[in-house]
Design a protein around this ligand. Structure first.
Ligand code: F6R
Length: 609
């Protein structure tokens, strides 16, 4: 969601802020703005639409070495220039990521002091509050403001009587900082810091960062100095660039074999047998030994990875696993037992509902393990155990490599769990691990089919409705195929457990409606084929995904198009099947002329409820 950047240093601040905002565009936004300290005081420029539009509005004479910039994803108040950040009240100019929940109540109080907002945003009320509390002592004002503000926030604040200084504070919403030769930088995520440094720190909650040219001083609200924990990333700028691909999504689809290898490699111990090993992650075997029930909580694509993980874990571990939509879970008064393990899954590690689900489990004293991509993110820091996927930066809003890396993490966890609890012996685990380590290769083979997928996508382009069907692992995968397609093509799409079609949805299957049928699982193959016949009998255009080794079981041509997936253990078919589904979504979006990487209304990291 909203992107934040603050720069204080030796370069042209407005240029640095615009660059930073361009790097944060992927988070999703509808308007943008910057504020800079200049000789004439603080100057603010805002624009509705893309960062490029903001760049074109900047006056050439806006000379400055210090400023803040923001991309807004509207929550309170429509998309307009006046609602865009930065917001200014008296001596305070600020940008904000998050939601101030009690803004209405604060507004009423502040009106009594003669302050009234120009915009419809919760953020401007925070600026008004701070201005009302500020008498020249920043810490004193922040101390009071924190007591009064409910909700989540990351603020970058400029005080007009403190030139060339930026103050930051956060609760819930993320904020990362780095110091380099060119100056000091703060941002809502690491991608915008990469140009300056590979070393950074996460501003701890309720701590204050005072950002100046040479340094970032972190103190608590009483002014006691804090030494933040320095983190580093192993990837460089090129990892966050398109590198010749037309879109980030296409690049990230292609990066999957490599991403999976990075998830697996640090956890494979090869001796006589190939076993998963989490000793470097600090995940003790006792975690598995004492678990009799698992709850997975996540949102969107990460939740779909959990759905697949559930089937896998229940099948192999024979313990009950439930998958919960994080936004529902937190309000459902869930039942925990002492030996429950809560697994939360999140690419960004900042999704508000997933974070809340994690906190709920922790509050109840339940063990938590997270599968996270972004290092140092809130979910990673707050879980008892974390398994980083190491998929590298994912820029496209539609998640691809983060998803398959999450799947790989579930497979690893399952196999270690099974080994520790004696469900599988060394040899059995090792055989599975051998196959898991070959999944990257399977994905490479599927990428070779991209021209065929592109051709086929032309046929999907005019569709109004579309269905994905599958059973077992294929149903979980259908859910992921469907969300991918709908989010970037805007075609209405639904995923159905194939056996469920007859109970209502079959009425929507009419001549020419595309149905993408996944039939990769041998144990339900014949049942699945019956369902395919049912939709075909009603005129559906069927695109069938089956494994090479099941081809001979097809007695008749019951498809319009067929994709063959490599032969092998059905358990690993999702890795190859998903590549076809991702490419279908990608090329259909391209043919429809849409913004593949930044679909309308969506944000990469959903940091508000
Ligand atoms: C869809 C997509 C979203 C995210 C969801 C959770 O392609 O990317 O559904 O999966 O917003 O995000 P994270 O994984 O960051 O918690």
């Amino acid at each position: 969601m909203c992107g934040i950047i603050g720069f204080c240093g030796y370069l042209d601040a407005k240029e640095e802020l615009i660059e930073g905002l361009s790097e944060l565009e992927y988070r999703g936004y509808d308007s943008a703005g910057i504020a800079c300290f200049t000789k004439e005081g603080i100057r603010i420029v805002k624009a509705v639409g893309k960062v490029e539009g903001l760049r074109n509005k900047l006056p050439v004479n806006m000379e400055s070495g210090c400023g803040i910039g923001h991309t807004r994803w509207a929550t309170h108040g429509e998309v307009s220039e006046v609602n865009a950040h930065p917001h200014q009240c008296g001596r305070v100019t600020l940008i904000h990521n998050g939601i101030i929940e009690n803004y209405h109540e604060l507004e009423k109080e502040l009106e009594k002091t003669g302050r009234s907002p120009k915009s419809k945003t919760d953020t401007e009320i925070a600026a008004m509050l701070l201005d009302s509390l500020y008498t020249g002592d920043v810490l004193e004002a922040l101390r009071e403001a924190v007591k009064r503000l409910d909700g989540a926030y990351a603020f970058c604040i400029m005080f007009s009587d403190k030139p060339d200084e930026i103050y930051c504070i956060r609760k819930g919403s993320p904020l990362v900082c780095c110091v380099s030769q060119d100056g000091s930088v703060v941002a809502s995520d690491m991608v915008a810091l990469l140009r300056y440094s590979k070393e950074y720190f996460v501003l701890p909650e309720f701590m204050v960062a005072k950002v100046t040219k040479k340094t970032i001083l972190v103190t608590d609200l009483e002014g006691n100095l804090i030494t933040p924990n320095i983190l580093s990333v192993h990837w460089d700028m090129s990892a966050a660039k398109k590198n010749g691909f037309k879109h980030y999504m296409l690049k990230e689809i292609h990066e999957q074999p490599e991403a999976i290898a990075r998830t697996l490699a640090p956890r494979i111990k090869k001796d006589k047998y190939m076993l998963p090993d989490f000793s470097k992650d600090g995940i003790d075997d006792a975690v598995f030994a004492h678990t009799t029930r698992i709850i997975v909580a996540a949102c969107g694509t990460a939740m779909h990875a959990g759905m697949l993980g559930k089937i896998l874990m229940e099948r192999i571990l024979r313990i009950p696993v439930s998958v919960e939509i994080a936004s529902e879970f937190r309000y459902s008064d869930p039942i925990f037992t002492e030996d429950t393990l809560v697994i939360v899954v999140s690419q960004s590690g900042e999704t508000a509902d997933t974070l809340a689900a994690l906190r709920l489990a922790k509050e109840k004293g339940i063990k938590t393990l997270s599968i996270v991509n972004v290092k140092g993110s809130s979910i990673a820091r707050e879980s008892d155990y974390v398994l980083y996927t190491h998929a590298g930066p994912e820029i496209a809003v539609a998640s691809t490599k983060a998803y398959t890396a999450q799947l790989a993490a579930f497979y690893l966890l399952t196999f270690r769990f099974a080994y520790v609890t004696g469900r599988l012996n060394e040899k059995e685990v090792s055989d599975y691990m051998e196959e898991l380590s070959k999944t990257g290769m399977l994905m490479e083979q599927m990428l070779d089919q991209k021209d065929r997928v592109r051709e086929l996508s032309k046929r999907l382009t005019p569709a109004r409705d579309l269905f994905f069907i599958g059973r077992s692992l294929d149903y979980a995968l259908s859910c992921e195929g469907s969300i991918k397609l709908k989010e970037i093509t805007y075609i209405h799409s639904e995923a159905y457990a194939a056996g469920e079609l007859k109970h209502g949805t079959l009425s929507l299957i009419t001549g020419g409606v595309p149905v993408i049928a996944l039939a990769t699982q041998g144990d339900v193959f014949s049942k699945m084929i019956s369902n395919v016949k049912e939709v075909r009998a009603r005129g559906a255009m069927v695109i069938l995904l089956i494994k090479e080794d099941n081809q001979t079981l097809l007695e008749e041509e019951i498809f319009d198009e067929k994709f063959l997936l490599p032969a092998g253990n059905d358990l690993f078919a999702p890795f190859s099947a998903i590549v076809i589904l991702q490419l279908l979504a990608y090329y259909t979006s391209c043919y429809r002329g849409l913004d593949v990487d930044q679909p309308r209304n969506l944000a990469k990291s959903v940091t508000v409820e």
